[in-house]
Design a protein around this ligand. Sequence first.
Ligand code: FE2
Length: 402
Amino acid sequence: MAYRGFVPGRFPTADLKRSRILEISPDITMIEGYISDDFFFKPPSCNCFVLRDGDMVLLVDTGTYPFYRRAILDVLDRHRRDGAKRLVLMLTQGHFDHVANNDVILEAGYGDVRFLLPEVELPVIDLFHHWMGDFEAMTEYYNPYREFPMVFPTAVIGLTGRMSARLARSLLSSSCRMLFRGIQNLADRAEILRLDERVEWGFGDVVFKGWEVGRFLAVHDATHSPGHLSFYDPQDKVFLTGDATLEINPAFFDSSLETCIEMMGRFRRFAELGYVETATDAHRSSIWAQELATAFDYNPIHPLQAVDAAHGGDECAALYGFFEEYYAALKREVMSALTRLREATVPEMVEEFEGSRDPNARFKTTLAFPRVPSRVDVMVANVMKENGIQRRREGERIVFSA
Ligand SMILES: [Fe+2]
Protein backbone atom coordinates (compact mmCIF):
# COMPACT_ATOMS: atom_id res chain seq x y z
CA MET A 1 0.00 0.00 0.00
CA ALA A 2 1.79 3.12 -1.22
CA TYR A 3 1.86 5.97 1.22
CA ARG A 4 2.13 9.42 -0.24
CA GLY A 5 0.58 11.32 2.63
CA PHE A 6 1.64 13.40 5.54
CA VAL A 7 4.93 12.65 7.28
CA PRO A 8 5.29 14.62 10.50
CA GLY A 9 8.60 15.40 12.15
CA ARG A 10 8.26 12.58 14.61
CA PHE A 11 6.06 9.63 14.03
CA PRO A 12 4.01 8.63 17.09
CA THR A 13 3.36 5.04 16.00
CA ALA A 14 3.48 3.65 19.52
CA ASP A 15 0.85 6.17 20.68
CA LEU A 16 -1.36 5.54 17.66
CA LYS A 17 -1.58 1.84 18.46
CA ARG A 18 -3.77 2.75 21.41
CA SER A 19 -6.47 4.10 19.09
CA ARG A 20 -9.66 2.05 19.08
CA ILE A 21 -12.38 1.03 16.64
CA LEU A 22 -15.75 1.84 18.24
CA GLU A 23 -19.22 0.84 17.07
CA ILE A 24 -21.09 4.08 17.74
CA SER A 25 -24.45 2.72 16.51
CA PRO A 26 -25.60 -0.25 14.38
CA ASP A 27 -24.56 1.53 11.16
CA ILE A 28 -21.71 3.79 12.29
CA THR A 29 -18.11 2.83 13.09
CA MET A 30 -15.63 5.27 14.57
CA ILE A 31 -11.91 4.88 13.93
CA GLU A 32 -10.50 6.79 16.86
CA GLY A 33 -7.91 9.47 16.07
CA TYR A 34 -5.06 10.96 18.01
CA ILE A 35 -4.26 14.07 20.05
CA SER A 36 -1.01 15.00 21.72
CA ASP A 37 0.31 18.07 23.51
CA ASP A 38 2.96 18.54 20.81
CA PHE A 39 1.18 20.02 17.79
CA PHE A 40 4.19 20.50 15.50
CA PHE A 41 5.99 17.19 16.02
CA LYS A 42 3.02 14.95 16.79
CA PRO A 43 0.10 16.66 15.01
CA PRO A 44 -3.48 15.62 15.77
CA SER A 45 -5.44 13.16 13.65
CA CYS A 46 -9.24 13.25 13.65
CA ASN A 47 -11.68 10.46 14.44
CA CYS A 48 -12.86 8.98 11.13
CA PHE A 49 -16.39 7.64 10.73
CA VAL A 50 -17.83 5.02 8.39
CA LEU A 51 -21.62 5.23 7.96
CA ARG A 52 -23.70 2.59 6.15
CA ASP A 53 -27.04 3.01 4.40
CA GLY A 54 -28.21 0.19 2.11
CA ASP A 55 -25.63 -0.35 -0.60
CA MET A 56 -23.87 2.94 0.19
CA VAL A 57 -20.97 3.56 2.54
CA LEU A 58 -20.19 7.11 3.60
CA LEU A 59 -16.64 7.75 4.84
CA VAL A 60 -16.36 10.95 6.87
CA ASP A 61 -12.77 12.28 7.19
CA THR A 62 -9.55 10.32 6.73
CA GLY A 63 -7.05 11.51 9.36
CA THR A 64 -3.42 12.54 9.33
CA TYR A 65 -1.26 9.44 9.67
CA PRO A 66 -0.80 6.50 7.26
CA PHE A 67 -1.43 4.28 10.28
CA TYR A 68 -5.19 4.81 9.86
CA ARG A 69 -5.31 3.68 6.23
CA ARG A 70 -5.30 0.01 7.22
CA ALA A 71 -8.11 0.52 9.75
CA ILE A 72 -10.22 2.53 7.28
CA LEU A 73 -9.67 -0.05 4.52
CA ASP A 74 -10.58 -2.92 6.87
CA VAL A 75 -13.93 -1.33 7.75
CA LEU A 76 -14.67 -0.43 4.10
CA ASP A 77 -13.74 -3.98 3.07
CA ARG A 78 -16.09 -5.50 5.65
CA HIS A 79 -18.97 -3.46 4.19
CA ARG A 80 -18.03 -4.37 0.60
CA ARG A 81 -18.09 -8.07 1.41
CA ASP A 82 -21.43 -7.44 3.09
CA GLY A 83 -22.99 -6.05 -0.14
CA ALA A 84 -22.06 -2.35 -0.19
CA LYS A 85 -21.43 -1.15 -3.73
CA ARG A 86 -21.03 2.62 -3.57
CA LEU A 87 -18.43 4.57 -1.59
CA VAL A 88 -18.82 8.28 -0.86
CA LEU A 89 -16.16 10.39 0.85
CA MET A 90 -17.17 13.59 2.60
CA LEU A 91 -15.27 15.80 5.04
CA THR A 92 -16.30 17.71 8.09
CA GLN A 93 -13.73 20.28 6.88
CA GLY A 94 -10.70 20.70 4.64
CA HIS A 95 -8.04 20.95 7.39
CA PHE A 96 -4.97 18.70 7.16
CA ASP A 97 -5.84 16.46 10.12
CA HIS A 98 -9.07 15.42 8.33
CA VAL A 99 -7.91 15.02 4.72
CA ALA A 100 -4.41 13.56 4.50
CA ASN A 101 -5.53 10.00 3.68
CA ASN A 102 -8.29 11.01 1.23
CA ASP A 103 -6.70 8.94 -1.53
CA VAL A 104 -7.43 5.79 0.49
CA ILE A 105 -10.83 5.67 -1.29
CA LEU A 106 -9.01 4.75 -4.50
CA GLU A 107 -7.62 1.63 -2.83
CA ALA A 108 -10.87 0.38 -1.30
CA GLY A 109 -11.96 -1.79 -4.26
CA TYR A 110 -15.33 -0.07 -4.83
CA GLY A 111 -16.44 0.39 -8.45
CA ASP A 112 -18.47 3.50 -7.68
CA VAL A 113 -16.41 6.07 -5.75
CA ARG A 114 -17.35 9.73 -5.23
CA PHE A 115 -15.86 12.58 -3.24
CA LEU A 116 -18.34 15.37 -2.40
CA LEU A 117 -17.10 18.75 -1.18
CA PRO A 118 -19.00 22.00 -0.50
CA GLU A 119 -17.89 24.84 -2.77
CA VAL A 120 -17.18 27.09 0.22
CA GLU A 121 -14.63 24.58 1.55
CA LEU A 122 -12.54 24.58 -1.65
CA PRO A 123 -10.27 27.44 -0.50
CA VAL A 124 -9.76 25.63 2.85
CA ILE A 125 -8.66 22.29 1.41
CA ASP A 126 -6.02 24.19 -0.59
CA LEU A 127 -3.97 23.76 2.59
CA PHE A 128 -0.92 25.94 1.92
CA HIS A 129 -2.77 28.90 0.43
CA HIS A 130 -5.45 28.67 3.10
CA TRP A 131 -2.97 28.96 5.99
CA MET A 132 -1.01 31.75 4.33
CA GLY A 133 -4.21 33.59 3.36
CA ASP A 134 -5.60 33.28 6.89
CA PHE A 135 -2.46 34.94 8.32
CA GLU A 136 -2.52 37.63 5.62
CA ALA A 137 -6.15 38.48 6.49
CA MET A 138 -5.17 38.83 10.17
CA THR A 139 -2.58 41.52 9.37
CA GLU A 140 -5.52 43.94 8.99
CA TYR A 141 -6.08 43.48 12.74
CA TYR A 142 -2.59 42.94 14.21
CA ASN A 143 0.79 41.49 13.34
CA PRO A 144 0.09 37.75 13.87
CA TYR A 145 3.70 36.71 13.27
CA ARG A 146 5.12 38.47 16.32
CA GLU A 147 2.51 36.74 18.51
CA PHE A 148 3.99 33.29 17.88
CA PRO A 149 4.92 31.99 21.36
CA MET A 150 8.54 32.35 22.46
CA VAL A 151 9.10 28.62 22.84
CA PHE A 152 10.50 26.03 20.47
CA PRO A 153 9.69 25.79 17.57
CA THR A 154 7.40 28.82 17.16
CA ALA A 155 9.92 31.28 18.67
CA VAL A 156 11.81 31.33 15.36
CA ILE A 157 8.81 32.94 13.65
CA GLY A 158 7.89 35.03 16.73
CA LEU A 159 11.39 36.54 16.99
CA THR A 160 11.60 37.18 13.26
CA GLY A 161 8.11 38.71 13.35
CA ARG A 162 9.36 41.34 15.77
CA MET A 163 11.92 42.49 13.22
CA SER A 164 10.19 41.93 9.89
CA ALA A 165 6.69 40.65 9.14
CA ARG A 166 7.80 39.90 5.57
CA LEU A 167 10.66 37.69 6.70
CA ALA A 168 8.45 35.93 9.28
CA ARG A 169 5.90 35.31 6.57
CA SER A 170 8.45 33.66 4.31
CA LEU A 171 9.65 31.47 7.21
CA LEU A 172 6.06 30.45 7.90
CA SER A 173 5.56 29.75 4.23
CA SER A 174 8.52 27.30 4.19
CA SER A 175 7.24 25.57 7.37
CA CYS A 176 3.77 25.18 5.85
CA ARG A 177 5.19 23.74 2.62
CA MET A 178 7.08 21.19 4.73
CA LEU A 179 4.05 20.39 6.92
CA PHE A 180 1.72 19.77 3.97
CA ARG A 181 4.23 18.17 1.59
CA GLY A 182 2.88 15.20 -0.31
CA ILE A 183 -0.70 15.26 0.98
CA GLN A 184 -3.02 13.81 -1.69
CA ASN A 185 -6.36 15.29 -0.71
CA LEU A 186 -7.99 14.59 -4.10
CA ALA A 187 -9.44 18.13 -4.26
CA ASP A 188 -9.02 18.02 -8.04
CA ARG A 189 -11.50 15.15 -8.37
CA ALA A 190 -14.09 16.40 -5.87
CA GLU A 191 -17.69 16.88 -7.02
CA ILE A 192 -18.68 20.32 -5.84
CA LEU A 193 -21.78 20.79 -3.68
CA ARG A 194 -23.23 24.21 -4.42
CA LEU A 195 -24.85 26.31 -1.70
CA ASP A 196 -28.00 26.74 -3.79
CA GLU A 197 -28.37 22.93 -3.89
CA ARG A 198 -28.76 22.67 -0.12
CA VAL A 199 -32.01 21.24 1.19
CA GLU A 200 -33.76 22.18 4.43
CA TRP A 201 -34.63 19.66 7.10
CA GLY A 202 -36.92 20.86 9.88
CA PHE A 203 -37.18 19.30 13.35
CA GLY A 204 -39.82 21.13 15.39
CA ASP A 205 -38.60 24.73 15.41
CA VAL A 206 -35.04 23.72 14.47
CA VAL A 207 -34.08 23.96 10.81
CA PHE A 208 -30.81 22.82 9.24
CA LYS A 209 -29.55 23.38 5.72
CA GLY A 210 -27.35 20.80 4.10
CA TRP A 211 -26.95 18.07 1.54
CA GLU A 212 -28.63 14.64 1.64
CA VAL A 213 -26.38 11.60 1.27
CA GLY A 214 -28.47 8.44 1.37
CA ARG A 215 -30.54 8.67 4.55
CA PHE A 216 -28.00 11.01 6.20
CA LEU A 217 -27.94 14.80 6.23
CA ALA A 218 -24.62 16.63 5.92
CA VAL A 219 -25.57 19.69 7.99
CA HIS A 220 -23.83 22.85 6.78
CA ASP A 221 -23.10 24.58 10.10
CA ALA A 222 -20.17 26.82 8.92
CA THR A 223 -18.64 26.92 12.41
CA HIS A 224 -15.01 25.78 12.52
CA SER A 225 -14.55 26.49 8.79
CA PRO A 226 -16.78 28.11 6.14
CA GLY A 227 -17.88 24.76 4.71
CA HIS A 228 -17.85 22.80 7.98
CA LEU A 229 -20.29 19.88 8.04
CA SER A 230 -21.89 17.85 10.81
CA PHE A 231 -23.51 14.52 9.94
CA TYR A 232 -26.92 13.37 11.13
CA ASP A 233 -28.45 9.90 11.00
CA PRO A 234 -32.23 10.29 11.53
CA GLN A 235 -32.80 6.52 11.87
CA ASP A 236 -30.61 5.97 14.92
CA LYS A 237 -30.56 9.63 16.00
CA VAL A 238 -26.78 9.95 15.87
CA PHE A 239 -25.19 13.37 15.41
CA LEU A 240 -21.49 13.68 14.50
CA THR A 241 -20.43 17.29 14.86
CA GLY A 242 -16.85 17.31 13.54
CA ASP A 243 -14.91 20.27 14.93
CA ALA A 244 -18.05 22.36 15.63
CA THR A 245 -17.74 21.09 19.21
CA LEU A 246 -14.07 21.71 19.84
CA GLU A 247 -12.50 23.61 22.72
CA ILE A 248 -9.91 25.36 20.53
CA ASN A 249 -12.54 27.23 18.48
CA PRO A 250 -12.29 29.67 16.81
CA ALA A 251 -9.17 27.93 15.53
CA PHE A 252 -8.69 30.03 12.40
CA PHE A 253 -9.43 33.60 11.44
CA ASP A 254 -12.07 32.27 9.03
CA SER A 255 -13.68 30.12 11.75
CA SER A 256 -16.77 31.84 13.17
CA LEU A 257 -17.21 32.12 16.93
CA GLU A 258 -20.56 33.85 16.33
CA THR A 259 -21.79 30.89 14.28
CA CYS A 260 -20.41 28.46 16.89
CA ILE A 261 -22.55 30.15 19.56
CA GLU A 262 -25.63 30.25 17.35
CA MET A 263 -25.27 26.65 16.16
CA MET A 264 -24.69 25.26 19.66
CA GLY A 265 -28.04 26.77 20.66
CA ARG A 266 -29.64 25.05 17.70
CA PHE A 267 -27.88 21.72 18.40
CA ARG A 268 -28.95 21.88 22.08
CA ARG A 269 -32.56 22.54 21.12
CA PHE A 270 -32.38 19.72 18.52
CA ALA A 271 -31.31 17.32 21.30
CA GLU A 272 -33.85 18.69 23.79
CA LEU A 273 -36.60 17.95 21.27
CA GLY A 274 -35.54 14.29 21.29
CA TYR A 275 -33.74 14.04 17.95
CA VAL A 276 -30.29 13.11 19.26
CA GLU A 277 -29.56 9.93 21.22
CA THR A 278 -25.83 9.61 20.49
CA ALA A 279 -23.45 12.53 20.05
CA THR A 280 -19.75 12.60 19.36
CA ASP A 281 -17.34 14.53 17.16
CA ALA A 282 -14.02 14.54 15.35
CA HIS A 283 -11.72 14.73 18.38
CA ARG A 284 -13.81 13.43 21.29
CA SER A 285 -12.04 10.55 23.03
CA SER A 286 -11.89 9.40 26.62
CA ILE A 287 -8.27 8.24 26.14
CA TRP A 288 -6.84 11.41 24.63
CA ALA A 289 -8.92 13.73 26.84
CA GLN A 290 -7.34 12.05 29.85
CA GLU A 291 -3.84 12.35 28.35
CA LEU A 292 -4.36 16.06 27.68
CA ALA A 293 -5.74 16.68 31.17
CA THR A 294 -2.63 15.08 32.64
CA ALA A 295 -0.24 16.91 30.27
CA PHE A 296 -1.80 20.32 30.95
CA ASP A 297 -2.71 19.57 34.57
CA TYR A 298 -6.37 20.55 34.41
CA ASN A 299 -9.79 19.12 35.15
CA PRO A 300 -12.39 19.31 32.38
CA ILE A 301 -14.96 22.08 32.96
CA HIS A 302 -17.69 19.56 32.17
CA PRO A 303 -17.38 15.75 32.52
CA LEU A 304 -18.82 15.26 29.02
CA GLN A 305 -15.65 16.78 27.57
CA ALA A 306 -13.88 13.56 28.51
CA VAL A 307 -16.21 10.88 27.09
CA ASP A 308 -16.12 8.98 23.80
CA ALA A 309 -19.74 9.88 23.12
CA ALA A 310 -22.77 11.33 24.90
CA HIS A 311 -25.70 8.94 25.23
CA GLY A 312 -29.38 9.76 25.66
CA GLY A 313 -31.17 13.00 24.89
CA ASP A 314 -30.32 14.70 28.19
CA GLU A 315 -26.59 14.02 27.93
CA CYS A 316 -26.48 15.11 24.29
CA ALA A 317 -28.32 18.36 25.12
CA ALA A 318 -25.91 18.91 28.02
CA LEU A 319 -22.90 18.49 25.71
CA TYR A 320 -24.19 21.13 23.28
CA GLY A 321 -25.30 23.32 26.20
CA PHE A 322 -21.76 23.19 27.58
CA PHE A 323 -20.27 24.34 24.27
CA GLU A 324 -22.95 27.03 23.90
CA GLU A 325 -21.95 28.48 27.27
CA TYR A 326 -18.22 27.97 26.62
CA TYR A 327 -18.23 29.85 23.29
CA ALA A 328 -20.52 32.59 24.65
CA ALA A 329 -18.20 33.05 27.66
CA LEU A 330 -15.13 33.37 25.40
CA LYS A 331 -16.82 36.15 23.41
CA ARG A 332 -18.07 37.84 26.58
CA GLU A 333 -14.61 37.80 28.17
CA VAL A 334 -12.97 39.27 25.04
CA MET A 335 -15.56 42.04 24.84
CA SER A 336 -15.28 42.85 28.53
CA ALA A 337 -11.47 42.97 28.22
CA LEU A 338 -11.92 45.66 25.56
CA THR A 339 -14.51 47.49 27.66
CA ARG A 340 -12.13 47.61 30.64
CA LEU A 341 -9.20 48.79 28.50
CA ARG A 342 -11.44 51.16 26.47
CA GLU A 343 -8.83 51.25 23.69
CA ALA A 344 -6.51 48.34 22.98
CA THR A 345 -4.56 46.37 20.41
CA VAL A 346 -5.13 42.65 19.91
CA PRO A 347 -2.04 41.68 22.00
CA GLU A 348 -3.21 44.00 24.82
CA MET A 349 -6.65 42.34 24.83
CA VAL A 350 -4.97 38.92 24.84
CA GLU A 351 -3.05 39.86 27.97
CA GLU A 352 -6.23 41.12 29.64
CA PHE A 353 -8.15 37.97 28.61
CA GLU A 354 -5.42 35.77 30.03
CA GLY A 355 -5.96 37.41 33.43
CA SER A 356 -9.66 36.49 33.44
CA ARG A 357 -10.97 34.34 36.29
CA ASP A 358 -13.85 32.96 34.22
CA PRO A 359 -13.40 29.14 34.14
CA ASN A 360 -14.04 29.00 30.39
CA ALA A 361 -11.48 31.71 29.65
CA ARG A 362 -9.00 30.00 31.95
CA PHE A 363 -9.54 26.71 30.14
CA LYS A 364 -8.95 28.39 26.75
CA THR A 365 -5.78 29.98 28.12
CA THR A 366 -4.56 26.67 29.58
CA LEU A 367 -4.77 24.99 26.17
CA ALA A 368 -1.85 27.10 25.02
CA PHE A 369 -0.44 27.23 21.51
CA PRO A 370 1.93 25.78 20.30
CA ARG A 371 1.34 22.59 22.36
CA VAL A 372 -2.20 22.49 20.92
CA PRO A 373 -3.50 24.74 18.13
CA SER A 374 -5.51 27.02 20.43
CA ARG A 375 -4.61 30.65 19.70
CA VAL A 376 -6.07 33.36 21.91
CA ASP A 377 -4.81 36.12 19.58
CA VAL A 378 -6.72 34.62 16.65
CA MET A 379 -9.85 34.40 18.80
CA VAL A 380 -9.58 38.06 19.88
CA ALA A 381 -9.11 39.20 16.26
CA ASN A 382 -12.02 36.97 15.24
CA VAL A 383 -14.31 38.62 17.80
CA MET A 384 -13.19 42.10 16.65
CA LYS A 385 -13.90 41.21 13.02
CA GLU A 386 -17.25 39.53 13.56
CA ASN A 387 -18.57 42.29 15.81
CA GLY A 388 -17.40 45.10 13.52
CA ILE A 389 -15.37 46.79 16.28
CA GLN A 390 -13.91 50.13 15.11
CA ARG A 391 -10.18 50.23 14.59
CA ARG A 392 -7.54 52.74 13.56
CA ARG A 393 -3.85 52.59 12.77
CA GLU A 394 -1.37 54.43 14.96
CA GLY A 395 1.96 53.73 13.28
CA GLU A 396 2.63 50.02 13.86
CA ARG A 397 -0.30 49.69 16.28
CA ILE A 398 -3.85 48.82 15.25
CA VAL A 399 -6.07 50.14 18.04
CA PHE A 400 -9.64 49.00 18.71
CA SER A 401 -12.18 51.15 20.59
CA ALA A 402 -14.89 49.89 22.92
FE1 FE2 B 1 -9.64 18.79 13.52
